[in-house]
Ligand binder design. Structure first.
Ligand code: BEZ
Length: 236
């Protein structure tokens, strides 16, 4: 734990948008996992102040075990991608990350295990910098009802984009990393969001049809009349 001198090279572990949006100047990217944490969509971050969205954070597993989570189980491993940042760009990338990500997150170092499928991967785990959202930071929300969370994600958008797109991108990026990297918490939330979207499209479609039907009836000579005068007018 603790800060390393900025001029040294370092490895950075991405478990959220960093998986598909790499930091600048990396010269190696390895898929793999870390242990001792649980990924949850419990960090308040994106969108507008009126509709702040949610993003992924890591929770210390020992702490998560004390929480009453609707998703009551979690894999022992959190999959993501590790990026090597050469010493020549270490300070610049740290500045970039501070601007891009630091919003209630703090830095820890943890061993990263490259996926077994990588033939020339280092034999030993790599010490990796990782951003986690500690429970005491104001953006940490704690356990969320997954259905309510999905409904919130679907309507949240802001300068950094649509919240649901972040979730869908994360789901896809995880599936692409390795056959072992699926995260039930993320795929369940994404499934719920798709359902919410489908239902609201269906409702909008039904409302549009009803409005269309009403407009046609209004324009028809046999439309329901509203007053005696109108009745007489229609009967003439
Ligand atoms: C990430 O892995 O994308 C990430 C998550 C939280 C803070 C910074 C980066």
């Amino acid at each position: 734990m603790g800060d390393k001198p900025a001029q040294e090279d370092f490895w950075l572990f991405g478990y959220g948008s960093l998986i598909w949006k790499p930091p600048p100047h990396f010269d190696q990217r390895l898929p793999g996992y870390i242990e001792g944490y649980v990924r949850r969509f419990w960090q308040d971050h994106r969108g507008t102040p009126e509709a702040p969205g949610r993003v992924a954070t890591l929770i210390d597993r020992a702490h998560w075990e004390t929480l009453d989570d609707h998703h009551a189980s979690a894999r022992e491993t959190v999959w993501g991608a590790a990026y090597h940042i050469p010493a020549s760009h270490a300070a610049e990338v740290r500045d970039y990350l501070d601007i891009r990500e630091i919003n209630g997150y703090s830095i820890q170092y943890t061993p990263f295990h490259p996926a077994a499928s990588i033939s020339d991967a280092p034999a030993k785990p790599i010490d990796c910098l990782v951003y986690i959202g500690p429970p005491e930071n104001p953006q940490f929300l704690g356990p969320q009802d997954p259905q309510k969370l999905a409904e919130h994600i679907v309507v949240s958008r802001g300068p950094s984009g649509e919240n649901k797109e972040y979730l869908y991108m994360l789901e896809t990026a995880l599936v692409e990393l390795s056959p072992e990297s699926e995260d039930h918490h993320i795929s369940d939330l994404a499934r719920r969001c798709r359902e919410v979207e489908a239902k609201s499209k269906e409702t909008a479609h039904k409302e549009a049809k009803a409005a269309e039907n009403e407009a046609q009836i209004d324009g028809h000579p046999l439309h329901k009349v509203g007053s005696t005068e109108e009745q007489e007018e229609v009967e003439k």
